[in-house]
Design a protein. Structure first.
Lengths: 112, 478
């Protein structure tokens, strides 16, 4: 089992979700986050006073999938989230030791 | 006990009757009006002129005129709407989240304090006619202020409505100062400072420029020592509050972290809503200052609209050219700048000049709030000085340049020789005197208030925010 964390542009969220559903991914967790990478922040001006806003709003998707689905899931996310411009986001993959469905107490890949 | 009450009631009835008889005697002393006089009375009402029957015959029109009175009641409500919630939201949106309630509380608190002072003696000190420098206490506790017109201020408007209309000006003026000292002054200090400031600055200024026999009342007082004109409060409201605001924010020193930490407005949406309310309310402020629903009021309504619109557009277009982006705060600030600047001139100038005044206003207030402020580094939190002092000062001088009897025939009464011929020098005199006095009085009162209750909250309170520390509540609980 692997966990895929994808940080994407907020306006791409719906496309990414649809793409993942199409390849049979059954669940994910989404949160609104702020951060910066190479894109950096932006400047706001109020009556001549300039403020640099470092943290930009992004969406973070987390999904846990069986090892054989990792590559197609990543491919689906990239296809849907890519604009080719700076700030498209990043994907991180980590190992998951265990997964449990609370209702049925199923364990392992049964539970994801 | 019952018998005593009965006696009391009888006594009251008898004495009321006696007053009635006296009243009847006084009115029957005048003869019944001729048809001609009755017709003249109606014409006078329509033209907002003095009653034709005054002193000559009994008028068949009792009390105030309905149209003029109706407009003044509407205007009174509009001017209150400028402070609550207009100014409260305009300022509230511009501060940080943690201080939004503190500026609203200051506006509400000042409305209460000023209302009481106004009725007790403020109105009388401002609009009584004791001498050129002070109104005296003739109308203390609103004595003699009732539904009948006070012909010194409006032939067809109820005296009590005029007094409450002027009270709304007295409320918004100290509330404007709040903008310069927001996010760091103690609530108790704001109230105490403003209460003392009303006596030292506002009442004397209102009496000098608008009061019956005031020493700067150029339009109505032929013996005024300075022949100034100020239609709706360029001096009385914007110069006094704006320059006092600058002095007070310098005394108070900048907020902690000013210039180092970002302090962006927490809600430009609130600010934009407040701007709209101020603009709408300003029609009562400016056109209402004609104290009648007449053609002078109509002209003031038009000039107010033009200056606000042009001021708003010019400020945002300067940003567009210089920074590439026209901002909502720019549109809002320019509108308020245009409104403050046209205020002294609105009832004296023609529409074409209102366009010019609006353009000057947008550019001047933009420069004051951006270049001037960053150059000198003073923390005029919400730009009370940059918008109101600069706008009011510029507008008062421009009113002297552009005033014409084509816009306002009353200018021919005592100022005919000065029109287009040095009236602006009289304006400059009045402006200089009130700037100097406002600053001096502010310094003295601020020192006094600092001794009595302390001007500033401590650093910890400032970091937590005034809402929680001073008012025990938060603007947003989600």
């Amino acid at each position: 089992m692997k966990k895929i964390e994808a940080i994407i542009k907020p306006f791409k969220l719906a496309d990414v979700k649809d793409a993942l559903q199409e390849i049979g991914i059954e669940g994910m967790t989404v949160s609104e986050v702020k951060g910066f990478g190479r894109q950096k922040g932006h400047t706001e001006i109020y009556r001549g006073s300039e403020y640099t806003v470092d943290f930009l709003p992004k969406n973070k998707l987390e999904l846990v999938v069986s090892a054989d689905k990792v590559d197609i899931a990543i491919a689906a996310i990239i296809k849907a989230a890519k604009t080719g411009k700076i700030g498209d986001g990043k994907i991180f993959v980590t190992n998951i030791e265990q997964a449990i469905r609370i209702r049925t107490e199923e364990k392992g890949e049964e539970a994801v | 006990m019952k018998k005593f009450l009965l006696h009391l009631v009888l006594l009251a009835v008898v004495s009321l009757g006696a007053f009635n008889v006296l009243g009847a005697d006084a009115s029957t002393a005048k003869s019944a009006p001729t048809t001609e006089q009755r017709l003249d009375d109606i014409e006078a009402y329509i033209n907002n002129a003095a009653r034709a029957t005054d002193g000559k015959a009994m008028s068949k029109i009792g009390g105030a005129g309905p149209g003029h009175n109706g407009w003044m009641m509407t205007s009174t409500a509009l001017v209150l709407f400028m402070t609550l919630p207009g100014l409260a939201l305009f300022y509230g949106g511009l501060v940080r989240r943690k201080n939004v309630l503190s500026v609203i509380a200051q506006c509400l608190g000042l409305a209460g304090v000023v209302t009481v002072i106004w009725v007790v003696c403020g109105y009388s000190l401002s609009f009584g006619n004791a001498n050129p420098y002070c109104g005296g206490l003739k109308h203390a506790m609103f004595n003699g202020v009732d539904g009948a017109p006070n012909i010194a201020y409006g032939a067809w408007v109820s005296h009590n409505i005029f007094a409450i209309y002027q009270m709304m000006f007295a409320i918004i003026t100290p509330a404007l100062i709040v903008g310069a000292i927001a996010e760091r002054m103690k609530f108790s200090a704001v109230l105490l400072f403003c209460a003392l400031w009303m006596f030292a600055v506002y009442f004397p200024a209102a009496h000098a420029i608008w009061g019956d026999g005031g020493w700067m009342n150029g339009v109505w007082n032929p013996t005024a020592s300075v022949k100034a004109i100020d239609f709706a409060g360029g001096i009385v409201v914007h110069i006094t509050s704006g320059w006092s605001a600058l002095a007070l924010c310098l005394i108070l020193k900048p907020r902690f972290g000013y210039g180092k930490q970002p302090m962006p407005p927490h809600s430009l949406v609130l600010c934009a809503i407040g701007t709209g309310m101020l603009w709408v309310g300003w029609y009562g402020f400016n056109a209402g200052s004609a104290v009648a629903a007449d053609s002078i009021a109509a002209n003031a309504f038009v000039t107010t609209t033009l200056s606000a619109a042009v001021g708003s557009f010019v400020w945002a277009m300067i940003e567009y050219i210089k920074k590439g982006k026209p901002s909502v705060l720019g549109f809002c600030s320019g509108a308020i700048g245009g409104l403050a600047t046209i205020t002294p001139a609105c009832g004296f100038v023609e529409p074409k000049h209102a366009l010019l005044i609006g353009a000057f206003a947008g550019a001047a207030t933009y420069l004051a709030c951006t270049t001037l402020k960053s150059r000198f580094g003073y923390d005029d939190t919400l730009d009370t000085f940059g918008v109101h002092a600069i706008g009011g000062t510029l507008g008062t001088i421009l009113a002297g340049v552009f005033a014409t009897s084509a816009a306002n025939p009353n200018l021919d009464l005592n100022l005919k020789s000065l029109l287009g011929n040095g009236l602006w020098i009289e304006q400059l005199k009045a402006v200089s005197i009130w700037i100097a006095w406002s600053v001096l009085a502010t310094v003295i009162i601020a020192k006094l208030v600092d001794k009595l209750v302390g001007l500033r909250v401590n650093e910890e309170t400032e970091m937590v925010g005034l809402d929680l520390a001073e008012h025990g509540e938060e603007g947003y609980n989600d």
